[in-house]
Design a protein around this ligand. Structure first.
Ligand code: ZN
Length: 291
């Protein structure tokens, strides 16, 4: 990898005819998602969606872990940031109170994940290592997930006072009982658990992840593009007929209530006392002050 590629948060590759591979490329941060990465990822999905020669899209990640979630170093950015051109029909990015944060999350979290879920082409996530919180919001919108045997899936947001990530698909991914367990306990789902629950399609050893994903993509790319599009629409619409979209909107607004609650109490988006002390300090919160 040359220096330019190393500093690019998202790589776009075409490993074979008809197949695009989008790669998360912040391995030093376990692919923590900052705003730049998410916009670059959205651009890459758009590029693959608009390119008529691309029939299947793979989402992969460089490094040991798929994604450690949202980059908390941007924790206060809800106040002053939005220097990207907005993708969704959303306003209020610079407004007072809870509105700026809500707008930001409608755009780059729920909005982007929902948008990627509805790309009219098959998508496959290739997941290795840890997939934490915001990491789920990249893997879950994909149609298929291939995981390594050491992969794990965690939404620990209840531990810091928020009731689940912004793309609240837990119910549809693992069922109500397991969704409650994973959220209430913050425990990780192993790759085996995820396979048994139907959350992932296949488990492979780490050194076979790339080839197994390409093999699946190749098989799908050989099918009728139009039939694939119709099938995807039919299944996604079925989930939406079950109330998925509305339930997720409701969860999103409860999530905003949690952020507002902690903003009122600590001027922070989450309960800092639920985080490791080192993380609290990195966020500018003195854990001693609470003791
Ligand atoms: Zn949030």
């Amino acid at each position: 990898m040359n220096a330019e590629q190393e500093s690019t948060p998202i790589l776009y590759e075409t490993p074979e005819a008809g197949i695009a591979r989008i790669v998360l490329n912040r391995p030093k941060t376990a692919n923590a998602q900052d705003t730049a990465l998410l916009y670059a990822l959205n651009d890459a999905f758009d590029r693959a969606a608009h390119d008529e020669d691309i029939r299947v899209i793979i989402l992969a990640a460089n490094g040991k872990h798929f994604s450690s979630g949202h980059d908390l170093s941007e924790r206060n950015s809800y106040r002053n940031m939005h220097d990207h051109e907005t993708v969704g029909a959303i306003c209020g990015f610079t407004c007072e109170g809870a509105e700026a944060q809500m707008s930001r999350e409608e755009e780059i979290y729920l909005g982007f994940s929902e948008r990627w879920r509805n790309i009219p082409k098959p998508t496959i996530a290739a997941v290795q290592g840890k997939c934490i919180a915001g990491g789920l919001m990249l893997a879950w919108p994909c149609d298929l997930i291939i995981a390594t045997d050491d992969a794990s899936f965690t939404d620990p947001t209840v531990s810091f006072g928020v009731g689940g990530v912004e793309y609240f698909a837990h119910l549809w991914e693992v069922g109500a009982r397991k969704a409650k367990e994973m959220l209430f306990t913050s425990d990780a789902l192993s790759a085996e658990d995820a396979l048994r629950l139907g959350m992932v399609n296949k488990i492979v050893p780490r050194d076979e992840l790339e080839s197994a994903t390409l093999e699946m993509a190749r098989k799908i790319a050989a099918k009728s593009r139009f039939a694939l599009k119709l099938t995807k629409k039919a299944i996604n619409a079925g989930q939406d007929a079950q109330g998925r979209e509305l339930a997720m909107q409701n969860a999103f607004h409860l999530h905003q209530l949690a952020h507002t609650h902690w903003l009122k109490l600590y001027d922070m988006l989450m309960d800092p006392t639920g985080l490791p002390e080192a993380t609290q300090r990195a966020m500018g919160f003195d854990p001693e002050a609470r003791k």
